[in-house]
Design a protein around this ligand. Structure first.
Ligand SMILES: [Zn+2]
Length: 159
């Protein structure tokens, strides 16, 4: 039986999880969980925490903070369990996930191309007026690499 691959699912959730905002409810106090960027002595992660523990509310809550990766695993396990052996269903879901990821990739490629275009024009202007254009050139190289990487990623996924 085919199981959803953890990598594509992680990508999928990094796209849709911010819209989970009002869907994750605390098992202890019934408040919503909030998504936070956590920085623990330079170690960065994304965690979810009950609002009662972030803001002064009437109730005291002891629900633990959940790392988003754990949350993803739980959701994936739940989806796999829910789908069981209905493989048509699963194939369709996999297809939908791939479509969402590819759509977001296309958008970011468009953004990169638009930025590249602007920067190339700026570089030309600076070069014409004999100004220093090192910084712009660096940014163009960085964007080109990013574009290359993004294209490779998309191709790898389409295989
Ligand atoms: Zn709570």
């Amino acid at each position: 039986m085919y199981k959803l691959g953890i990598n594509s699912v992680r990508q999928f959730f990094s796209l849709i999880i911010p819209s989970f905002r009002s869907m994750i409810i605390c098992g202890e106090c019934g408040e919503m969980f909030r998504r936070l960027h956590w920085n623990n002595r330079g170690c960065k992660s994304i965690v979810w925490r009950c609002i009662s523990r972030l803001e002064p509310t009437v109730q005291e809550c002891h629900a633990r903070t959940v790392n988003e990766l754990v949350l993803q695993d739980v959701v994936v396990a739940a989806i796999n369990q829910m789908l069981g052996d209905k493989s048509d269903y699963q194939a369709q879901l996999q297809l939908n996930i791939a479509t969402v990821i590819r759509a977001s990739q296309a958008t970011s490629l468009d953004n990169i191309d638009a930025n590249l275009m602007t920067l190339q024009q700026e570089l030309l202007q600076k070069a014409n007026s004999k100004e220093d254009y090192d910084e712009i050139a660096d940014e163009i190289f960085r964007l080109r690499e990013l574009r290359q990487q993004t294209t490779v990623d998309t191709a790898a996924r389409d295989e």
